[in-house]
Design a protein around this ligand. Structure first.
Ligand SMILES: [Zn+2]
Length: 386
């Protein structure tokens, strides 16, 4: 019998899930003042049961209900439970008491997480199963997407590990992890993802999908990654040098990362534009200075901008060796700057034709759209990996 105990008023995420995990996980506790909130089934709570399935069968031999200890033990082929109870705990930390000297059988019920390498998860873990792994997060992307199964996607993390980086070609080098809004994140994880990439994160009980991994309710992300439960023993100190991505080809999937190189055979003139930015704060919305100075003015700095920085948006068509259809790439500022460096600037701006025939790449890119029709083009956004 499994039950889930819900705590309503604990101070998350300040205190952190980790705090409670460390304190209670694998321990024998006496829970006071519980009430049954719900009896639930596989159909009603698929997420909860995917977690229960990951704990099945238990480490200790199963026994037939109602029979004595000496009776015949059942083997592990017993199906996992089809229902469980959701219990509500008192909104008071004192309602959980650690049992100092528990019976050994109770402690034997604890099944620590089994941590695999990403390659093992890709190759051996079934779809919709829970999995745990340490991974280096190299890129994030906000995503507004209505995931039908797992709530609304909040953002995608792109992760890798040393095994994937050095694997032969039949597994991707980088994997997409979608973090949905139902996954509760600690403040330290949010901060690291926002400001401190690349970083190594321990993903616990995420859900494996065909070509990606999803963090849903009951998935825990933690910066305290460890080798402790690792079966495959992935060593992140082996991650040296820049992260390798797969090259764009006909097998590349949507929303993945890749590298591309090729020759510029066209420029999307309609998508090309430039704007001045404040050289102090990077504000791209400058206004004319008050008075007739002819200068631009930054409302963030409250000062005129004497040396504005010109920024450009530029999308080019690349001819790549593996396909006859050009690939459309929205270039990063630095690539645009280096492409235009050699060109002459006239009064109206840059002469865009000057980039034609130039070789670019390999560029790190995010796959924004795939060609589903001959008139469509593969659309990439060039990115900078942290
Ligand atoms: Zn400014």
């Amino acid at each position: 019998m499994f039950s889930e105990v819900q705590f309503q008023n604990y101070g998350l995420p300040e205190e952190g899930l980790e705090q409670y995990s460390k304190k209670w996980e694998g321990k024998c506790c006496c829970l006071l003042g519980m009430k049954v909130l719900q009896r639930t089934t596989r159909g009603r709570s698929p997420g909860l049961f995917s977690l229960i399935d990951s704990l099945w069968p238990p480490l200790i031999p199963l026994k037939v209900h109602g029979q004595s200890q000496d009776s015949q033990e059942i083997d592990g082929r017993v199906p996992a439970p089809s229902f469980c109870y959701i219990l509500g705990a008192c909104p008071d930390e004192k309602s959980v008491e650690m049992v100092e000297e528990p019976e050994p059988q109770v402690l034997d019920l604890y099944l620590p997480p089994v941590v695999h390498s990403l390659k093992t998860i890709l190759q051996n873990v079934g779809s919709a199963c829970r999995c745990s792994f340490n991974a280096q997060v190299i890129f994030k992307r906000l995503q507004v997407e209505n995931g039908a199964r797992c709530g609304t996607a909040v953002f995608s993390l792109y992760v890798t590990d040393p095994v994937l980086q050095n694997a032969a070609h039949h597994v991707p080098r980088v994997l997409q992890v979608v973090v949905t809004s139902s996954c509760i994140l600690g403040a330290d994880v949010v901060d690291a993802v926002r400001n401190a990439l690349p970083c190594v994160i321990f993903f616990r009980d995420a859900v494996k999908e065909t070509d990606k991994i999803i963090c849903v309710e009951r998935t825990v992300l933690s910066l305290q990654w460890s080798q402790q439960y690792s079966i495959d023993g992935v060593d992140f100190t082996q991650m040296t040098g820049p992260v390798k991505l797969d090259e764009l080809d006909s097998t590349t999937n949507l929303n993945t990362l890749c590298t591309v190189k090729g020759t510029v055979v066209g420029v999307d003139e309609d998508a090309a534009f430039s704007w001045p930015e404040c050289n102090r704060c990077g504000n791209g919305k400058l206004v004319e200075s008050p008075g007739d100075t002819g200068l631009l003015y930054c409302r963030h700095c409250h000062q005129p901008v004497t040396e504005p920085v010109t920024k450009m948006e530029l999308e080019v068509f690349l001819q790549c060796p593996w396909t006859q259809h050009p690939v459309k790439v929205k270039l990063h500022q630095e690539t645009i700057a280096s492409l235009l460096m050699s060109s002459n600037r006239d009064e109206g701006g840059y002469e865009l034709e000057c980039v034609l025939g130039k070789e670019v790449g390999p560029l790190s890119c995010y796959v924004r759209s795939l060609a589903t029709h001959p008139s469509h083009k593969i659309g990439l956004d060039e990115i900078r990996l942290s």
